[in-house]
Design a protein around this ligand. Structure first.
Ligand code: ADP
Ligand code: MG
Length: 605
């Protein structure tokens, strides 16, 4: 038998390694920006086109590379940052594996321009798929520029796997923010499709945070500073009353490196114990400095997780440092501990009429208008003018002859329908008797389904009604969120929002959908942004479905809301006019039926 084992050619090995290093455009952004920081740059510029799919370029004014180093930098395991294994325990640089440039060059078209301060001429290298295309001397400013074009051009499967531009841009913005927050002493700028997203001058930490997250952040910050033998903790948390329903403004840095650590996050959250209402999370920017030999950065390839020697003690120190600062800045007394938690639900916002959820009545909506569509999407047998109860045909409930005055054509919402057959149980379920037994409807999930289909209809079929605001509303968001809002603006307008100017960190809302109240605008938009960031599994899906889902989640009547008879009926009737009444937009059952036989059985044993 012949020998069959052979060494993989370098370019193949590089492509395989690239799979680990470069998951998406944002990974390239991270590696290039970190290289610029390691090169001691004081000014770093990021230029991105098409969410990084066509171009990612990082230009720095760092120390540059010699001609030989420029060529070597693309070799695998070529690094200037460690020489021996022990150096791993004394890392002061971001990189050390020496594989980023090699990996990136294996799966893209790369152009490197670099010059050291003491050189007259610099070098320009072009590499495509690990192959050196050209190397020449050029005149170029001191520092380095790496342009990465057509990422994954030679791995179509990976390229097709990339998500929508909105999502990939979001990842890039996150990466940029993390690096920029870790290094306030470096100036950063960021351009996307020729638009300036950020232009951050050197400053202190507070200035950097404010520059990234918007000027209103300033008044919210509570400083933290604690020095112990084990760790120095610096940074800020935001006052509890500014806690958000989203978790995306939680940043830990260890030795200037962004990390994720659920355990430390818990330490901070527990310091806020009793200061936050349910579903709210503290915002924090915490910088831990620990001896380099007390951590192991090597445990995760993309290096956002690290292992500490003495995590328990760290937990205790962190928790007490945060508690101490919250106390010292006297933020506790201004909190209203008696606040009724239900006031946090959109239907019960302070200052709004809390007992009457507004169920949208769309009298024009005719669920039967598209017969073809119906037969595919609606599993139950349907006829014109049928009663909703008969929709149970096809369920295992036989012989339903239950009659109701309510029919599609005779006014579902007729005021005179007094002999209602619905009850509300535990402010959670709507119960009704049907011939075959009993139906239990989950009010929250059912309303989600109703709203979801209404929003979808509004977005896809026609423009929704909009109510003009008497006084346009000015809302501030951080710049990254503004980028996102711009992308979904059209969809938002199709469901009834109306926007005026969208500035750097503010948007002007001129109108809103008829079925929401003004105080709901901010939470709704925040939730929507959060949902988009948290991402949709389907790749290049438009936001339409996600938006409808998010809005229905935000606006659906909550469990715990008392409903009067008319509201109960509205939900029942509208639910069974839905195309898919049996499940919520998130796939949960909206109702169950209990057969009379089953009830009988319970009495007979
Ligand atoms: P690592 O950062 O792990 O060393 P990279 O593949 O990212 O590996 O980079 C390889 C080497 O190229 C670095 O060690 C450094 O010497 C050099 N290099 C990369 N980017 C720059 C830059 N922007 N400025 C100067 N030198 C750089
Ligand atoms: Mg590197």
């Amino acid at each position: 038998m012949p020998d069959i084992i052979q060494l993989l050619p370098d370019h193949v090995a590089n492509q395989i390694a690239a799979g680990e290093v470069v998951q998406r455009p944002a990974s390239v952004v991270k590696e290039l920006m970190e290289n610029a920081i390691d090169a001691e740059a004081t000014s770093i510029k990021l230029i991105v086109r098409e969410a990084g799919k066509s171009l990612i370029q990082v230009i720095d004014n760092g120390k540059g590379m010699s001609q030989t180093d420029a060529r070597l930098s693309f070799e695998r395991h070529a690094t200037s940052k460690i020489k021996k294994a022990e150096d791993l325990f004394n890392l002061h640089t971001k990189g050390f594996r020496g594989e980023a440039l090699a990996s990136i060059a294996a799966i893209a078209h790369v152009e490197l321009r670099t010059k050291q301060d003491d050189q007259q001429l610099g070098s320009c290298l072009k590499i495509e798929g690990s192959t050196l295309i050209s190397q020449e001397n050029i005149s170029t400013p001191t520092g380095t520029s790496v342009a990465v074009k057509n990422l994954f051009y030679n791995i179509p499967a990976r390229r097709n796997f990339l998500k929508s531009n909105t999502i990939e841009t979001r990842h890039i913005v996150n990466e940029f923010q993390r690096v920029a927050l870790a290094h306030p002493n470096i100036a950063f700028s960021f351009y996307h499709n020729e638009n300036e997203v950020y232009n951050l001058s050197m400053g202190n930490l507070r200035q950097r945070i404010v520059a990234i997250l918007g000027k209103k952040t300033n008044e919210k910050l509570v400083p933290i500073h604690e020095i112990t033998d084990l760790v120095e903790i610096k940074g800020f948390v935001t006052k509890p009353e500014f806690a958000k329903k989203k978790r995306d403004e939680q940043f830990f840095f260890v030795n200037d490196r962004f990390i994720k650590n659920a355990y430390l996050n818990h330490a901070v959250s527990s310091a806020f114990e009793n200061l936050l209402s349910g579903g709210h999370y503290p915002t924090y920017f915490l910088y831990l400095t620990v001896p380099t030999n007390s951590i192991d950065i090597n445990i995760h390839p993309t290096k956002t997780e690290i292992k500490f020697d003495d995590e328990k003690t760290l937990y205790a120190i962190l928790r007490s440092a945060v508690k101490h600062s919250l106390g010292q800045y006297n933020v506790a007394p201004i909190l209203d501990f008696d606040r009724d938690a239900t006031l946090d639900t959109p239907y019960n916002l302070k200052g709004t009429n809390s007992s009457n959820p507004r169920v949208i009545v769309n009298r024009d909506f005719n669920p039967f208008k598209s017969e073809d569509q119906k037969s595919i999407q609606f599993p139950y047998k349907r006829e014109k003018n049928m009663e909703w109860e008969s929709l149970y045909n096809g369920l295992d409930t036989a012989n339903i002859d239950f009659k109701s005055e309510t029919s599609v054509d005779s006014g579902l919402f007729s005021e005179e329908k007094q002999n209602s057959k619905t009850y509300q149980v535990h402010k959670k379920y709507i119960v009704s008797s049907i011939k075959s037994g009993i139906v239990y409807i989950n009010q929250h999930l059912a309303h989600q389904r109703i709203l979801y289909e209404e929003f979808l209809e509004n977005i896809t079929v026609k423009d929704a009604m909009s109510q003009q605001l008497l006084f346009p509303l000015e809302l501030s968001f951080n710049k990254a969120d503004i980028v996102l809002i711009k992308e979904i603006k059209d969809d938002l307008e199709s469901i009834g929002f109306l926007f005026g100017e969208i500035l750097n960190d503010t948007i002007i809302v001129m109108g809103m959908p008829v079925n929401i109240v003004e105080s709901q605008i901010t939470p709704i938009i925040e939730q929507l942004l959060e949902d988009i960031k948290n991402d949709i599994p389907d790749t290049n899906f438009s936001h339409v479905d996600l938006m409808a889902k998010s809005l229905s989640k935000s606006l659906a009547i909550k469990t715990g809301t008392k409903l009067d008879l008319k509201e109960q009926e509205d939900i029942v009737n509208k639910l069974f006019l839905c195309k898919q009444p049996d499940s919520s937009p998130f796939g949960k059952r909206t109702f169950i039926t209990v057969n009379i036989d089953e009830i009988d059985k319970k009495f007979n044993n």
